[in-house]
Design a protein. Structure first.
Length: 305
């Protein structure tokens, strides 16, 4: 940790790091075929970095997998390839387009169509293809109310479904990783982290990030209170127009549903100040979470991350 972070936060981050490393090592110890899910976002970057620390000087003992919607930001994909090549990680990519071509899922119709929810089928098919018994993700409990119900080890049944009432106790950080054929576990090492914790850790560790997280000029359209980035996958509605604004993204996902925030923050210190004063969560700019009151929980029950 650097001296730039106050001592209190250094102590907190050190404890969170130790906890995450412990969870990652438990996954490696209890499962035969785990995989690390990677989106190119800040949380999955932190998990990958923590995994590198957990098993240094050896290589990661599991592959890294990205479920590509085909509607990702170009900056995200470029960063993914560069970051994981530097880690010498074994990257697996499975695409929603492949699922569409096989007839496993159908494109959504309408002007607000998104491929984000279609990822669940692609992910579950990939888990079955490689016989993964544990999938490590970067979800945090403070992100969204459905996330707050998660355990470190999140049990998924043979259909890949999540039942918040059918999760196992984790007293004294003892994790039960038992599963039957076809079942698997999702593991979340960052469960107790907050958005601010992630950013302070990124600063202390000097982690690289996609440029999307920092303020930059971009053409966007305002729709339903969100700023969506210009791309070939978004069709303007009557009365809408592209405008150039200084924006950044607090979360990174499918371009069709990931809203930007007006910002000129060009450094992590400036971003931390913004987050500390924010009145909405980082997922407050995600259109897929606004589809219903229980949108995230419904997707998770279907196999979402």
């Amino acid at each position: 940790m650097t001296s730039a972070t106050p001592a209190y936060h250094q102590s907190t981050l050190a404890q969170l790091e130790d906890e995450a490393v412990y969870v990652l090592r438990e996954v490696a110890a209890q499962f035969e075929r785990p995989v690390l899910l990677f989106s190119g976002g800040k949380d999955s970057i932190c998990v990958a970095h923590l995994a590198r620390k957990a098993f240094h000087p050896a290589k990661l003992p599991f592959p890294v997998m990205h479920i590509d919607t085909g509607h990702n930001f170009g900056e995200t994909l470029e960063f993914r390839d560069r970051f994981l090549a530097d880690m010498d990680a074994n990257l697996i990519v499975r695409t929603v387009q492949e699922s569409i071509d096989k007839g496993r899922v159908q494109e959504e119709p309408g002007p607000n169509a998104s491929r984000n929810s279609l990822q669940s089928v692609t992910l579950l098919d990939a888990i079955a293809e490689f016989k993964f018994d544990a999938a490590i993700g970067g979800a945090r409990r403070d992100e969204e109310k459905a996330r707050a119900k998660e355990r470190f080890f999140s049990f998924r049944d043979r259909y890949g479904q999540w039942d918040p009432k059918n999760q196992r106790p984790e007293l004294w950080n003892l994790f039960n990783g038992r599963y039957a054929t076809g079942e698997h576990i999702r593991a979340f090492p960052l469960s107790n982290w907050t958005e601010l914790d992630v950013w302070r850790y990124i600063e202390d560790e000097g982690l690289a990030l996609p440029s999307l997280y920092f303020g930059h000029e971009r053409e966007v359209v305002e729709r339903d209170g969100m700023l969506l980035a210009k791309c070939e996958f978004i069709t303007l509605l009557d009365g809408e127009r592209w405008e150039s604004k200084s924006v950044r993204f607090r979360t990174i996902g499918d371009m069709t549903c990931t809203g930007a925030t007006e910002s000129s923050a060009a450094s992590i210190d400036e971003i931390v100040d913004e987050i500390a004063a924010a009145t909405t969560t980082e997922r407050g700019g995600r259109a897929d979470d606004r589809r219903s009151e229980a949108a995230m929980e419904d997707r998770k029950k279907e196999g979402y991350f």
